[in-house]
Design a binder for this molecule. Structure first.
Ligand code: NAP
Length: 290
């Protein structure tokens, strides 16, 4: 029988774990705080920031939203980031995307202290993700691996085929899966005969954003399928995988919604706590730029 990997169930376990971790850091004098920066009024970002505020306060993480007008200059945004970098009461900083077109995303991400970069996008965190150093990992690829591990699916020695090499999910996932001792194959839009590769996989993880890309004939019977893709079709959230057909072939599969996406917020809040650990140690060579 196929196992439906229930993201909400796993998220509930992670939330309990997070609460216990928060109690521990509070005992040593820290009040974990996440600062979220929003430049402009992108409706999806506004909605997510509100949701994040609710989840944070439910979990016991202080939350503050810093909203700046869309016309803010890059310099003004950097100044605000630096204030947050230097504020010892702030342990995590999240910059909501997209930024207005006149602002350079890369320069902004590099301004955030790597020790407070809960999105794991700073080149310092990216570098350590590859080299295996202690750092903050991005929440979505973390979710892909956590949902497997927490469901008792082992990773070591498995052949994982990652479909998509995007900066948010696919690319970091490659190195995170290698660190879990998977044998990793990476496919992308220029891959010739995608199914030739997916059919060889013990685990297929799709992170593309194309509904119906992964069909049943592309999956080896007994394989595990994780769908990180998200597309908004007429207000419905759809994954990359043809869930109804593929679930007849796979041993385990994540639904969309209710799969990978259910874990990302709690994992980002866990990054706030990991940030506190890194800030306490500050052994990794980079301090907040104050
Ligand atoms: P991205 O940067 O747009 O990357 C998409 C990747 O898919 C690219 O590497 C692209 O190949 C590849 N691709 C496109 N068409 C393909 C095809 N026909 N066959 C194979 N590969 C193909 O995306 P991302 O930011 O990494 O995000 C990936 C997906 O995850 C999106 O659907 C996004 O919405 C979703 N997401 C989900 C969550 C969550 O919480 N569940 C969070 C963040 C993102 P090339 O490199 O050759 O162009």
């Amino acid at each position: 029988m196929t196992i439906i990997l229930d993201g909400k169930k796993v998220a509930a376990i992670l939330k309990e774990e997070l609460k216990r971790e928060i109690t521990t850091v509070k005992e040593i004098g820290y009040e974990p705080k996440l600062a979220v920066m929003l430049v402009g009024e992108d409706p999806a970002s506004v909605a997510y920031a509100k949701f994040l505020g609710k989840v944070s306060s439910n979990a016991g993480v202080l939350f503050e939203l810093y909203q700046m007008v869309k016309s803010s200059s890059e310099e003004e945004i950097k100044q605000k980031i630096n204030k947050l970098n230097c504020d010892p009461a702030v342990h995590g900083i999240l910059m909501m995307m997209p930024l207005p077109p006149h602002v350079n995303k890369q320069r902004i991400m590099e301004e955030i202290s790597p020790l407070k970069d809960v999105d794991g996008l700073h080149p310092f965190n990216r570098g350590h993700l590859i080299s295996g150093g202690k750092c903050l990992h991005p929440a979505t690829p973390l979710s892909c691996l956590e949902i497997l591990k927490r469901s008792g699916i082992s990773l070591a020695g498995k052949h994982m085929v990652v479909v998509g090499r995007g900066e948010t999910v696919g690319k970091p996932l490659i190195f995170m899966a290698l660190a879990e001792n998977c044998t990793v194959t990476v496919c992308h839009s220029k891959t010739d005969d995608l199914s030739k590769f997916t059919k060889q996989a013990d685990i297929v993880i799709s992170a593309v954003g194309k509904p119906g890309l992964i069909t049943a004939d592309m999956i080896r019977p007994g394989a595990v399928v994780v769908d990180a893709g998200i597309s908004d079709i007429d207000g419905n959230i759809i994954g990359d995988v043809d869930f109804e057909q593929v679930k007849e072939i796979a041993t385990a599969i994540t639904p969309v919604p209710g799969g990978v996406g259910s874990l990302t917020t709690v994992l980002m809040l866990k990054n706030v706590l990991k940030g506190i650990e890194l800030q306490m140690e500050s052994k990794i060579g980079v301090k907040p730029t104050c």
